[in-house]
Design a protein around this ligand. Structure first.
Ligand code: TYM
Length: 332
């Protein structure tokens, strides 16, 4: 079976619909066809300042949500990144074959550092994509299921793994991004030209997986729609309605054509009312299951410890091969 690796940051108390539709749903379905490694990337979560207690809580909440959406720890290796020290170790090696200019061109760094200014950004935020490369190649991943915003980082992992292989000898599989076009970018409900983002969107622009049904309904009701009143899929001219249709289609399994046909002659209000029900129905079982996993933190930690053990077996073999090729003396 081909290998998969992907990761998600524990930087909020709930994942949002963009995370779910852009990435997590594909993580779940790939379990049928791939050998999957999924991690909660807590090392990445400390690059922009954090509170320790909050990080600990969010790491568990994140793992619980991954189990709740359908990551099966019997099928996949589910773990927390900091439990596997090889990630940080391999990241150092890759940082030594990455050009400074090359790292400077990462658009996510440019966006994130633009806010507070480069002088107030950590070196960790700068080298963040290199750690992500290590995450991916440690598991010899063939495919990396992510949303569109992570494409550049996966491309970097292709460049760097090829560079390592060409320089020191073949160690790493060169990975490919796995991005499902229809849901690769879910937009902010309040600003449908920007992506739904936990760091950049206002709370009203984000649907959290753990949002209560009436909160979800309110956010959908007040979603920015477009001029005119026709319900058509036209992302260029009608980004608001098109985003709602994308979410509707993805969660209901109906096609966009089917939906635009069904809402022909109806108004935005009808669409929003029905979508609120579709979203709450999809989220209810996830919320219930998340709570179930959080009610037993000892069991949750046990599942993660088993995952970390499985992950380390693969990661340590890859790291040893890389260290050898580089010319590090074996520690005997
Ligand atoms: P993160 O934690 O920001 O997001 C997790 C996943 O959700 C996707 N995503 C979206 N997809 C569609 N529409 C949106 N509005 C949207 N917002 C987020 C992201 O593309 C991502 O797939 N750097 C990564 C975490 C990471 C990683 C890795 C990913 C660390 N190591 C190794 C893959 C492989 C990140 O910050 O994702």
């Amino acid at each position: 079976r081909p290998r998969v690796l992907s990761g998600i940051q524990p930087t909020s108390d709930s994942f949002h619909l963009g995370n779910y539709l852009g990435a997590l749903r594909n993580w779940v379905s790939m379990q049928q066809t791939h050998d999957c490694f999924y991690c909660v990337v807590d090392l990445h979560a400390i690059t922009a300042g954090h509170d320790p207690e909050t990080l600990r809580r969010r790491t568990r909440v994140s793992a619980a949500q991954l189990l709740a959406v359908g990551i099966d720890p019997q099928e996949s290796t589910l773990f927390v990144q900091s439990h596997v020290p090889e990630h940080a170790q391999l990241a150092w090696v890759f940082s030594c074959i990455t050009g400074f200019g090359e790292a400077s061109r990462m658009t996510q760094f440019k966006d994130k550092s633009a806010k507070g200014g480069v002088d107030r950004s950590s070196v960790g935020l700068f080298t963040y994509p290199i750690l992500q490369v290590a995450d991916i190649v440690l598991y010899q991943a063939d495919a990396v299921p992510v949303g569109e915003d992570q494409r550049q980082h996966v491309e970097l992992s292709r460049d760097l793994s090829q560079r390592f292989n060409n320089t020191f000898g073949p160690v790493f599989t060169v990975p490919k991004p796995y991005i499902v076009k229809e849901t690769a970018k879910i937009y902010d409900l309040q600003d449908p030209t920007a992506k739904m983002s936990k760091s950049a969107s206002s709370p009203a622009g984000i649907i959290d997986l753990l949002d209560e049904p009436n909160r979800t309904a309110k956010k959908i009701r007040s979603a920015v729609t477009d001029t005119g009143r026709e319900i058509v899929f036209d992302p260029e001219n009608k980004p608001g309605v098109s985003n709602l249709l994308t979410i509707y289609a993805a969660l209901s399994g109906r096609t966009i054509e089917d939906l635009t046909g069904a809402y022909d002659g109806k108004g935005y209000g009808d669409l929003k009312k029905d979508l609120a029900v579709v979203v709450s129905d999809a989220l209810a079982p996830i919320q219930k299951a998340t709570q179930g996993y959080l009610d037993d933190p000892a069991e949750l930690d046990r599942v993660l410890a088993i995952g970390a053990g499985k992950a380390r077996e693969v990661a340590s073999a890859t790291l040893a091969a890389a260290y050898d090729r580089i010319g590090f003396l074996p520690a005997v």
